[in-house]
Design a protein around this ligand. Sequence first.
Ligand code: B16
Ligand code: MG
Length: 217
Amino acid sequence: MNQKAIIFDLDGVIVDTAKYHYLAWKTLASKLNFDFTEAQNEQLKGVSRVRSLEILLDLGKIHLEADQKKQLLEEKNEQYLQYIAQMDQKEILPGIDNLLHYLNLNKIPFALGSASKNARLILEKLDLIHLFGAIVDGNDVSTAKPDPEVFLLAASKLGKKPEDCIVIEDAKAGIEAANLALMTSIGIGGGKVLKEADFVLNDTSQLTIDFVQKLMA
Ligand code: B16
Ligand code: MG
C-alpha cells in the first residue's frame, strides 16, 4: 500500500489566525459603516484576500473603484500583520505541535496548503517551518480555494498521488477544494459548516496521533 501524506491548512488548523483575519475585516467594515458578524465571517474562511474583500463589500452593499479596493486590501493586511507580530507558539492550536513533530520524526510526509500569502511568515514565527516537506501558499497558486490547485500542487511537491493525500481544513471552501482534488477531507470545526467533509472533528484536540494512524492505515 502507498504511504499516505497529509496536507494541512494553516489558518484555523495550525494556528488560530482566523480570529485576527476577522478582527481586521471587522475594522474595515466599521470604517465603511456596516457591521460584520462572526457568522458572516465563515464565508471568508479559506478564501483569498482579494475575494474576501469582494464578499465583504457585497455584504455591505458597497461599490468601490479598483484603486480604493487596493488601498483597503493594504490596510487590512497591515492591521492583520500587527496581530501576527504579537503572536507566539502558545497560539498553536491544541495537539498540532505534538502531531507535527510526531509526523516529522516518523518520516510521514506532510505539506502546507494555505490560501494565505503570509503563511511562510507565520510558520517561521511559530518555529514550525522546518518540519514541513513542502509548502504551498497564496503566492504559489493562480486560483484560490475552492479550486483544488493548492492541494494538487502540494501533493505533487511531496511526490504523492491525490488519492493518497489527506487534507485537514477548517473552511467550507477548503473542504470543497480537497473533495474536488479527490483527496480525503477532514473538517475541523463541527458539522454545521463542514458537512461535505469525509470526517468532521470539533476541534484540533481530536486530531490525535491515534486518529491519524488509523487514517494512514
Ligand atoms: P492572507 P488558510 C486563508 O488561509 C484564510 O482562511 C482566509 O481567511 C484568508 O483570507 C486567506 O488565507 C488569505 O490570507 O490575507 O494572509 O493572504 O485558511 O487557507 O490557511
Ligand atoms: Mg483555514
